[in-house]
Design a protein around this ligand. Structure first.
Ligand code: SOE
Length: 389
């Protein structure tokens, strides 16, 4: 069978991780990449072993060999480029946030549905085998009624004042930073696990580091730098690096989460606990193979990820026996596997249920972010308006 051919726009931190995940599938091939100049594109294509390099993504969108395009560009380009990908008739996987606000994400969802393309958003954390298992446990009633959902998503890559990155500038990263960047993952993951939508929020946002030293040369996300060798300029920061948000779910369940990108020692710690009427569960992305299950009337358990111990629904998300740990790259591989199997099998989002986050989830996420920003500004509860208006 002919492989599904793919083009990737943007090859900073995240683009190459998509490419690696796709390469593990076998039935999909990355044939092209696009960068901001021909020189940059050729350099990256040589590094990553990709046959075609485009200095202009619009030319890549005209390449008739390409069936699917990944949008791995900075946030402010997501909306416009996603639109062009859809209008070029290609299936699309976009990085989150889907757009800069919920009006734009609503427009994208409508356009993608109208053109009948398969659309995905890279909410990769729901693809961890343990998270899939948790989802099945909730559906099977193992926890009883879900009452409380609480947790955090903590990182430290913006702790020092010399940590600077395009995500900090509202015109490039968006008017929300930590909430849109990582709060979006937390909300998507817990909504997926519980099957409940967040419908109301009360938020407190802060900028812990209000002035940063911006290096004259560009620094990529998560990259280390030699501080002595840099020249800096002072830049005032007005996007949040911290937020705590009270949330209410559609059935009245309550929750709260904290996001921070200034928490020393926490690298990529998305964690949550769910308290049900029968038992509790806790999961932490930095130790993804461990699932804590808490009981009132017997000893608590640690369930190590293993195909023979997981629910039948979650088994397809785990590829090795217990102890052969699977983590972040494997969850991303699952995202790609589910998306590309859907495309390969000729399925349609009009009639078939996807096992990956779509533009609808991306739009819901934008609506939550908008409500959080409004709540922080007005210091009151704000309802999440998640219609397609
Ligand atoms: C930076 O905070 C970042 O790369 C996010 O943009 C990703 O979505 C997250 O998965 C890891 O951290």
């Amino acid at each position: 069978m002919e492989k599904i051919k793919v083009g990737v726009i943007g090859t900073g931190f995240i683009g190459p991780t998509h490419i690696e995940a796709i390469r593990r599938l076998g039935f999909v091939e990355v044939v092209a990449l696009a960068e901001t100049s021909q020189e940059a594109a050729e350099k990256k294509a040589a590094e990553l072993g990709i046959p075609k390099a485009y200095g202009n993504y619009r030319e890549m969108l005209q390449d008739r060999d390409i069936h699917v395009v990944h949008n791995c560009t900075p946030n402010h380009l997501h909306f416009a480029i996603n639109k062009e990908i859809i209008l070029a008739g290609k299936h699309v996987i976009s990085e989150k946030p889907l757009a800069m606000n919920s009006e734009e994400s609503a427009e994208l969802l409508e356009l993608a549905e109208k053109h009948g393309v398969v659309h995905g958003v890279n909410f990769n954390y729901r693809q961890h085998a343990s998270v899939q298992n948790l989802h099945a446990m909730v559906v099977n009633g193992d926890l009883g009624k879900v009452n409380l959902v609480h947790g955090s998503y903590l990182q430290d890559w913006l702790l020092f004042e010399t940590d600077f990155n395009w995500r900090l500038a509202p015109e490039v990263g968006g008017k929300s930073r930590a909430v849109a960047d990582i709060g979006s993952h937390w909300c998507d993951t817990v909504q997926y696990v519980t099957g409940k939508r967040i419908v109301e929020v009360f938020a407190d946002l802060a900028t812990v580091v209000p002035v940063r030293k911006k290096a004259k040369n560009t620094i990529a996300t998560f990259s280390a730098q030699n501080i002595e060798e840099q020249e800096y300029e002072d830049v005032s920061i007005n996007t949040e690096d911290y937020a705590s948000v009270l949330v209410r779910f559609e059935d009245g369940a309550r929750g709260v989460f904290t996001v921070s990108q200034v928490s020393a020692g926490r690298k990529n710690r998305l964690s949550f606990e769910i308290n049900g009427s029968q038992s509790s569960v806790f999961w932490n992305q930095e130790e993804p193979e461990k699932l804590w299950i808490g009981h009132r009337d017997r000893a608590n358990e640690i369930l190590l990820a293993d195909p023979s111990l997981f629910t039948p629904e979650a088994r397809s998300a785990i590829h090795h026996p217990g102890g052969h740990n699977e983590g972040w790259p494997d969850a991303l591989k699952n995202m790609m596997l589910n998306f590309y199997s859907f495309v390969r099998d000729g399925k349609s989002l009009k009639t078939d249920k996807p096992n990956f986050a779509t533009f609808e989830d991306g739009h819901i996420s934008m609506c939550i972010t908008d409500a959080i920003l409004e709540s922080n500004q007005q210091q009151k509860w704000v309802k999440v308006q998640a219609g397609k208006e």
